[in-house]
Structure formats: C-alpha cells, structure tokens
Design a protein around this ligand. Structure first.
Ligand code: FE2
Length: 500
C-alpha cells in the first residue's frame, strides 16, 4: 500500500512541499518513511519548507485521499491476476521553462542509456569533443534531433544536440539504405550516430534508434485465458452503437454464438478499454447537436450501466482518451472520481492512467504479461508526417500498426514536441516506453488491427460509434464493432465482428 504513495510524497518533498501528518493518515510504514526522509524539529513536528506550498498541498488533500483508497484496491487487484506497474497521478504545481529543460534532460538520459547498451555505440564521444577534433577519424555520439533539412543536392542534414553542444550530421543520398532510414527521423527523437568527422560535421555511416530487440521470444501463458480489446465507445454520441455493444456483451457473457465461440467467450479474463469511453462535452464546436446524452456525468452513468452487465469474472481495465473528462495533457490521470463516479465501486473495473503499464495473467508459476496502454492521441501526427508511413499507400485508418512500430523503435509515445499535449514533469518523462511490453494496445483511430513487432503484439481497438461526417471529410474509414481477442496460451489472435 505504502509503496505506491511514496513517489507522490517524494515528489512533494523534492519540490520543497510540506507534508504534515494530518494530510496523510499515517500507517506505521508511512511513519518510517517520513522519519527516514524528513528531519523533525525539536518538538517532533515535521519541518515546514514553504508556506505557499502548504496551501497548495492542502488543496490537493482530497486527491491524496483518493490515492489511498486506490491503494487498498491494489492489494485486491493482485489476487485477480492484475498488477499495476505504472499509472500516473502526480499533482503538478506551476510549471516553468525549467521544467521543460529538465524533462527533456530526463528523456535524453534514459534513451541514451538504452542506446549505449548497443555494442556498436561503445566508444562514444560528446559533441564538444567531436567539434574540437582536427583530424578526420571515425566517431560515434548520441544526440537529440534539433533540426532536419534537405540540402540543394537532396542530402539530409540533421542538427543534433547533447549537453555539450550541437553538431550537423550529413546523410548522403548515395547511401540509399541509410538515407531511407534517416528520412523517417523526426524532431526531438534521440538517436545514435556513427560516422567520420569533418570540420564541425559528422558524415554518417550508421544511425541507431533505441529500438526494441528482435531476438526475444514471444511469451506464452501456461493457462488458457483470453484478452479482449475495445476502445472508443463514445457513449453520449447519437452515433453510439448501443445495440451492437449489447451484442458484444451478450457474447462475452456466453449468451450468444455457436459452441466454439461460447467456449472462447467463457475464457475471456481481461477486457482492456483503451480510452474515449464517452463522447465528452465541448470537444469540438456544437458537439451537443450530435449527442443524445449531452451531460458528462450521465454519459459515464450510461457507461457504468452497460459495463456492469459484463460478467464479474472479467477484469475490465480502463484508461482515458482525448474525449474523456480528464486533462488532455499526457499522462492523463485515471478517470475523475466526481465525473465518472458511477464507474467507481464496480468490483471488476480497474482505472489506470493514459499511458499506463499493467501486468496481467501472473500466477505462482508464471510471471504474467506486461501490457502498455496508450490511447493514441499522437498517432495522427506521425501518420501524417513520417514519410514511409504517409506514402505507404495505406489509408489513414490503416496506418496505426506502422505508427505503433515506429514509436516502439523510438521508445517514446510522442517524441516530437507538439505531437501530443504533455506535462513537462521535471522528474520523469512518462511517455518513454521504458520496458518492452508483451502487448501494446491503443485506440483513437477507430479501426481494429493486430500485428506483431519483435515480441510485442500491437493491438488497435476499433470503436462503437458509426462513421461521422468529420471522419469522412478527413479521409478516415472507421470499422466499428470489431473486437481483437488473444489466446494468452497460444498467442493466436482473432478479430470478432459485432457490427456491419
Ligand atoms: Fe475516439
């Protein structure tokens, strides 16, 4: 219980916030933690670091209490084969430029560590060392991409930076394979470069991404259990496909389908709901003209009413998306206790942040699978701007698997500044793909898809909203009512169809 509250307390302490005993009811372990981390004054009270911070913290008191309630849940969760690895609910004070600097520094440090573990990048030099070299020799370095331009002769010039300086990197178009690889580089991603130095320039021979390994085996469970993925219900929209969604619920409850299908539906143990549970309010102008439930609380009430119909031994894990009633900046915290209150207190519903990492399917003999949930807000940007994806010939709705692979290679869910809204947390970059997951699940694009990259099964959920005029206008071709299911024992996948 206390393990999970520690990072929050530490965050406050690091920022000079006050923690007083009346703010958090102290358990014995918490007292130990305080004692180890705070100096008490003579009368045994905890020291006040900053009066203004105290006021801020007091305002957040309720949130801390919510956290405590959730922690109690966590003990129960483990018994159900679910363990939350990372779910973000930090509270942020006023943010400044300094936060951005530190945030990017944290990201660079983390991705550099991943790149450094590659044999090809052992003899690394910092950029200022390369800049000071007189003779041409072979060099390698790790930098964050600051600029990307094409020369008159159609060569590619990157400007990369580390803590010591900036340097240009030339990728000549006569190195065909390298040039193709480099064309997909996006701003702010972290890359390794190997090449020869010239006068304040590196002529690149090789480029490295913090990509995942291709040699790890695909993990299989000893137990025949199934995982199902849905997303983008958009409850509240008049285009919400309630009838089709009820058909899916009937199926998962074993009330429809042939004998074989019933056998499978009984074995579904985990249902992931990857964002946009409701249609939201005020997401775009005059949205309420297209809604039959224009009230956000009532939208979540309806969601709870439907999800409650699912049999209780299905563990339902829900993260928010850009239509849900939480801040848009990522990481988005778990659905709000006041707005989505009807989803709280349903025993088999577990709320996590977007993104988040969850372990499922573990038992005494098996370590379980790591699932990375990310709604996919940044996908529009990479689908439109990464050359190999944009010119792949696939429609906008069929590019999700390419974008997900691209982001796994970059080990970041939104590497380019501006591709998603984010909180510039100076302590961490929570959009880094730290661990290589077994399942990477998303929504947002409204078309289901299952593909494999290395050991990772990439799953895109479909939607439960019929096609909107806006989607037609922007070239999307959603396919509602599809449900990817995965047999965790064999890792066989199927996409089931509940709507035309
Ligand atoms: Fe959506």
């Amino acid at each position: 219980m206390v393990e999970s509250i520690k990072p929050i307390i530490k965050l406050f302490l690091d920022k000079g916030y006050l923690i007083t005993p009346d703010i958090i009811e102290k358990s014995e372990m918490e007292i130990n933690f305080f004692e180890n981390n705070l100096k008490n004054n003579e009368s045994g009270e905890l020291l006040i670091f900053n009066e203004n911070m105290l006021k801020e913290l007091l305002k957040k008191k309720d949130k801390l209490m919510v956290k405590e309630e959730k922690l109690v849940d966590e003990i129960e969760i483990e018994n159900k084969g679910i363990k939350i690895i990372d779910s973000y609910d930090k509270i942020y004070g006023k943010l400044s430029v300094q936060n951005f600097t530190m945030h990017y520094q944290k990201r660079y440090d983390h991705l550099k560590r991943i790149l450094q573990s590659r044999n090809e990048l052992l003899a690394l030099l910092s950029i200022n060392r390369i800049l000071s070299k007189k003779d041409r020799e072979s060099v390698s370095t790790i930098g964050m991409v600051f600029e990307k331009n094409y020369t008159k002769n159609n060569n590619l010039i990157l400007n990369i930076e580390d803590n010591t300086g900036n340097i240009n990197v030339l990728i000549n178009n006569n190195k065909k394979e390298l040039f193709e690889k480099a064309k997909d580089i996006v701003l702010d991603e972290t890359i390794g470069i190997k090449g020869a130095n010239g006068d304040k320039i590196i002529f690149a021979d090789e480029i490295f991404f913090p990509d995942i390994s291709q040699n790890e085996p695909i993990k299989k469970s000893p137990n025949e259990e199934y995982l199902a993925v849905i997303s983008d219900l958009h409850i509240g929209s008049e285009l919400f496909l309630e009838e089709e969604f009820l058909r899916f619920i009937e199926w998962i409850n074993g009330k429809s389908g042939n004998k074989d299908q019933k056998e499978i539906s009984q074995k579904i143990k985990y249902l992931l709901v990857v964002g946009d549970i409701v249609d939201g309010v005020g997401i775009y102008p005059n949205q309420d003209d297209e809604q039959n439930i224009p009230d956000i609380v009532l939208q979540y009430d309806k969601a709870a009413e439907l999800l409650k119909l699912i049999r209780k031994d299905v563990n339902i894990i829900i993260c928010p998306g850009n239509h849900d009633a939480v801040r848009l900046a990522e990481p988005q915290p778990i659905l709000d206790k006041n707005t989505a209150k009807s989803l709280y207190g349903i025993d088999n519903i577990f709320l996590v942040s977007n993104p988040s990492s969850v372990n499922i399917g573990a038992d005494e003999s098996f370590e379980g699978f790591e699932v990375l949930l990310y709604h996919g807000y940044s996908y529009d940007d990479y689908s439109a701007n990464v050359e190999s994806i944009r010119f792949s010939g696939a429609t906008v709705s069929d590019r999700t698997n390419m974008v997900m692979k691209f982001l796994l290679q970059k080990r970041h869910l939104a590497p380019t500044h501006g591709s998603s809204l984010f909180i510039p947390d100076s302590d961490a970059d929570d959009l880094i793909i730290k661990n290589v997951p077994d399942f990477f699940v998303s929504g947002h694009i409204h078309k289901a898809n299952v593909t494999q990259y290395g050991k990772v099964t990439k799953i895109a959920g479909s939607c439960w909203q019929s096609i909107t005029p806006f989607q037609i206008k922007v070239g999307h071709s959603p396919e509602p009512g599809r449900v990817p299911i995965i047999n965790l024992k064999t890792r066989d996948t199927k996409i089931l169809k509940f709507a035309e």
